[in-house]
Design a protein around this ligand. Structure first.
Ligand code: PLP
Length: 366
């Protein structure tokens, strides 16, 4: 009964600027899910587009950070998951399943809990950041760890969901991309038109594909005069789209993009190309450097993979592959820093320990 109240019906009235429910109700004409479906939502989306003051000065451009870590489960995956789970429940599914490097698992788990259905997530053993695993477990998902990679997990999930009455909610599910187009609309809504460049990390390549779909839809609807160029970034140890072949054993500190055979690879390459942009690769050191800069210079704490977009931008500018002087640039940071606390503890100096006296504190401060 209570659950019924949260259908899209309750929000089926004229909306005002201060009344933003989840992405499905915010962009009903642009996100293709059945109109009669009850929206399974946690009021995802509507994340801030934060001006990056210091980095803008350094680059001589106007740089904004789209902070996707502020979605309900701490990553952009919620935008797609609301659509995929809404559709799955509408079509009668009682179980959803995904392979995940962590964030998809946490997101699927939350939306399944919201819908009151079963959620099974397959994760690569020992390669999932703590905050993500904790999320999936907290929301009550069944977590299955496999002694293989994300790519092995996805193969398994494809097979299982073909054979059994289970809905697949990885980004090969078209509804995931539908929901994720919302981020492009939001950026245009704030800036008034698309930026010159959109920079983001690329793993399974669903997100970059969804952004391109979104910008093109807004353009076709006359809601932006221009389209952005896309700059996608992979980690050097997991860069199949840059190298042009499948990476059997992808390795990177950026676990969210530790993927050797991206399901949406072709689509992502076509999107980057069509936009006049490209997909590049950067080292883990460059990712961690950008990650540190975001936190210490802009106050934006993200998980390492999330900083890959900025790392790719900085590297491409330095290599003179692109010139962003005077341009408007958006970097999408995809997940919250608290997802991966271990990396901070590994990288940072341990805290100072002092006697609780003023003398000791003065000594320390000097
Ligand atoms: C999923 C994810 C990515 C990669 O997105 P794709 O759609 O797989 O390319 C990047 N960063 C974070 C934090 C993610 O969770």
């Amino acid at each position: 009964m209570f659950r019924q109240l949260f259908g899209r019906q309750v929000f089926g009235r004229t909306r005002t600027a201060t009344d933003w429910p989840g992405v499905l109700t915010r962009y009903p004409d642009l996100i293709d899910v059945p109109a009669q479906a009850r929206a399974i939502t946690l009021l995802e989306g509507n994340t801030p587009l934060i001006p990056a003051v210091t980095l803008s000065e350094e680059l001589g451009c106007k740089l904004w950070i789209k902070y996707e870590g502020l979605n309900p489960t701490g990553s952009f995956k919620d935008r797609g998951m609301t659509a995929a789970v809404t559709q799955a429940v509408y079509s009668g599914a009682e179980t959803i399943m995904c392979a995940s490097t962590g964030n998809t698992a946490a997101s699927a788990a939350a939306y399944a809990a919201r819908a009151g259905i079963r959620c099974v997530v397959i994760v690569p053993e020992g390669k999932v950041a703590q905050g993500k695993l904790a999320g999936a477990l907290a929301y009550g998902a069944e977590v299955v760890s496999i002694s293989g990679s994300f790519d092995d997990g996805l193969t398994l999930v494809r097979e299982a969901t073909e054979k059994l009455p289970i809905a697949l909610v990885n980004s090969i599910n078209p509804y995931r991309l539908e929901g994720q187009t919302s981020a492009a609309y939001e950026i245009v809504d704030v800036l008034g038109s698309a930026p010159d460049w959109l920079c983001l990390p690329v793993g399974n390549a669903g997100n970059i594909s969804a952004y391109w779909m979104g910008f093109k839809r807004y353009w076709e609807a006359g809601r932006t005069e221009r389209l952005p160029r896309l700059l996608g970034t992979q980690a050097e140890g997991a860069a199949p789209l840059v190298k042009g072949y499948v990476i059997k054993q992808p390795e990177t500190v950026a676990t969210a993009i530790r993927i050797g055979s991206p399901a949406r690879g072709e689509q992502a390459l076509a999107a980057a190309d069509e936009s006049g942009g490209f997909i590049t690769a950067v080292s883990d050191a460059a990712i961690l450097s950008a990650w540190r800069q975001l936190a210490t210079q802009e106050g934006i704490f993200v998980e390492p993979a999330s900083a890959a977009g900025l790392a790719g931008l900085l590297a491409s500018v330095e290599q003179n592959r692109i010139d962003v002087k005077g341009q408007r640039v958006v970097c999408v940071v995809t997940g919250h820093g608290l997802k991966d606390p271990q990396i901070v503890l590994d990288q940072a100096e341990p805290p100072a320990t002092l006697e609780p006296t003023m003398a000791a504190l003065e000594d320390y401060l000097a």
